[in-house]
Design a protein. Structure first.
Length: 234
């Protein structure tokens, strides 16, 4: 599902990732660890081309990404890529003026993939999947942080992604809300979604990740097969 070859990325004259090679099979969940500033966010952002990179190639969910794919010529491809490679951030970035249901239904509707009633009923199903069946009419400010993050996960799922990238999805949350978000992520992993999750919550990720990577000063190292032999085959 993901194959990265020779990926190199700088910020200014600082190399952040150098000649990174990694692979992820369909259905695998990788827990990504590493100190602050190591390049974890940069790695995830390269995978859906929120960050263009200088060298290497990324194959992900059927797309091939190379340096220089900016500008109008690639706009449509990158839009399709970002639907297939969903991303959930530390800060949930919900639209504050839209209800939870409309946050989830918006993208499938505006891209014309689903008509309004279908987008709404699918959004309702997704809210149920993240444990928020009864909160569709609530606005973000009426929801707890944990609930907002679960809406953000449902919103990414509404695009029918093949890969989900989580960047510290619980680190902006109070401790008592982390478990409810991690439970949703665990359910996704167990449903066979291919996922990378940057998280310091090893207590949780050990329960469902297949492998662990350490990002540190330009390198991505495989550090642990968490459940040896249990990773799905490509
Ligand atoms: N937009 C940017 N401009 C310049 N430097 C950046 C930018 N984003 C990240 N960096 C630098 O790249 C390095 C890796 O950052 P990041 O990927 O955010 O690390 P992590 O997510 O592991 O904390 C850091 O040294 C950071 O300062
Ligand atoms: Mg980061």
């Amino acid at each position: 599902m993901i194959s990265v070859r020779g990926l190199s990325k700088r910020h200014g004259d600082r190399p952040v990732l150098v000649d990174v090679d990694v692979d992820v099979a369909r259905g695998e969940t990788i827990a990504v660890a590493g100190p602050s500033g190591a390049g974890k966010t940069t790695l995830l952002r390269c995978l859906n081309y929120l960050e263009p990179f200088e060298a290497g190639q990324v194959e992900i969910a059927g797309f091939t990404l190379r340096p220089g794919m900016t500008g109008a010529a690639h706009k449509d491809l990158l839009r399709r890529l970002r639907a297939k490679v969903g991303m959930v951030f530390q800060h949930f970035n919900l639209f504050p003026h839209l209800s939870a249901l409309d946050n989830v239904a918006l993208a499938p509707r505006v891209t014309g993939r689903l008509d309004r009633p279908l987008a709404a009923s699918r959004a309702q199903d997704l809210l149920a999947r993240v444990g928020l069946a009864d909160r569709g009419r609530a606005y973000p400010h009426e929801l707890s942080g944990g609930q907002q993050q679960r809406v953000a996960i449902a919103r990414a799922l509404a695009q029918d992604p093949e890969v989900m990238l989580f960047d510290e999805p619980t680190s902006a949350l109070d401790p008592e809300m982390r478990a409810e978000v991690m439970e949703v992520i665990r359910g996704l992993a167990q449903s066979g979604m291919t996922m990378l999750i940057v998280s310091h919550e090893e207590r949780y990720t050990t329960a469902f990740a297949h492998r662990r990577w350490l990002v540190d000063r330009t390198r991505v190292e495989e550090v642990e097969a968490i459940r040896a032999g249990s990773a799905p085959t490509p």
